[in-house]
Design a protein around this ligand. Structure first.
Ligand SMILES: Nc1nc2c(ncn2[C@@H]2O[C@H](COP(=O)(O)OP(=O)(O)O)[C@@H](O)[C@H]2O)c(=O)[nH]1
Ligand SMILES: [Mg+2]
Ligand SMILES: [Zn+2]
Length: 222
């Protein structure tokens, strides 16, 4: 889940998705074999303020191979779908502070009391209301268990080899099997199937940019 609140001119919270941050979370999930579903919360604001943004987001992440559930704790959109995904599982809600993790848990089961807060007007970001990890049974455990987490500020990849990173992008893993050189970093190698797919629009440029950012970051520590 990865929607970041910002202020618009009317002073209401306005969502901005930080894709490289989301991609880091997704890569981490792939590294540890944790199935990830993306909850795109605050669709009420998107529908009102950014026509087409939800569709653009869906196009990027569904083509990468992820399940995306658009939802809103304000309108109730998608809440039933989220609830059914949580059933018979223990799920961790993670994402930036202020995206609505605690509000979502409350929407899934109004009888639980995760701490939520209004956005801080001074800092244009969510206040840190959740300061520790806490697990809530949803409807007595019938709908599974959800762990609320504090907002993450930094999210580093540790112990990852440069050549390994692309393996944690499902679309690159799939397409990269056809690269001439193995392993291929999908940057400068001739006969790179990933770069070809990028040119044909089969890989989202946003995802590729996130990938390059991660490569660069790994280089810094070498
Ligand atoms: N417009 C809108 N605001 C929401 C939605 N969900 C949560 N919020 C608001 O976003 C702010 C942060 O919510 P919170 O649940 O504390 O976020 P957390 O830090 O991720 O746990 C609060 O002011 C919520 O009322 C939503 O679907 N739409
Ligand atoms: Mg919270
Ligand atoms: Zn390649």
């Amino acid at each position: 889940m990865q929607v970041h609140p910002k202020k618009n001119s009317e002073g209401c919270s306005f969502p901005e998705v930080k894709l490289p941050f989301l991609d880091r979370i997704l890569v981490t999930c792939e590294m540890f074999g944790i199935p990830a579903t993306i909850l795109l919360n605050k669709t009420d604001l998107y529908r009102e303020e950014m026509p087409g943004a939800i569709e653009d987001f869906l196009a990027i992440y569904q083509s990468a191979g992820y399940e995306v559930l658009p939802c809103s704790t304000r309108t109730g959109e998608g809440i039933e779908e989220v609830r059914s995904r949580c059933r018979e599982k223990v799920c961790l809600f993670c994402g930036d502070s202020g995206v609505g993790k605690s509000s979502l848990i409350k929407a899934l089961d109004p009888s639980v009391e995760p701490k939520t807060a209004a956005l801080s007007t001074a800092h244009l970001q969510g206040r840190h209301t959740t300061t520790f990890y806490e697990m809530f049974p949803l409807n007595g455990g019938r709908d599974g268990f959800v762990i609320d987490s504090p907002g993450l500020r930094a999210f580093g990849l540790s112990g990852v080899e440069k050549e390994e990173i692309a393996l944690y992008f499902p679309e690159m893993l799939r397409i990269g099997a056809a690269c001439r050189y193995q392993p291929c970093t999908h940057t400068h190698e001739p006969g790179c199937a990933v770069k070809e797919a990028l040119e044909k629009g089969e890989i989202a440029p946003e995802r590729y940019q996130s990938y390059l950012g991660m490569l660069e970051e790994e280089n810094k520590y070498r």
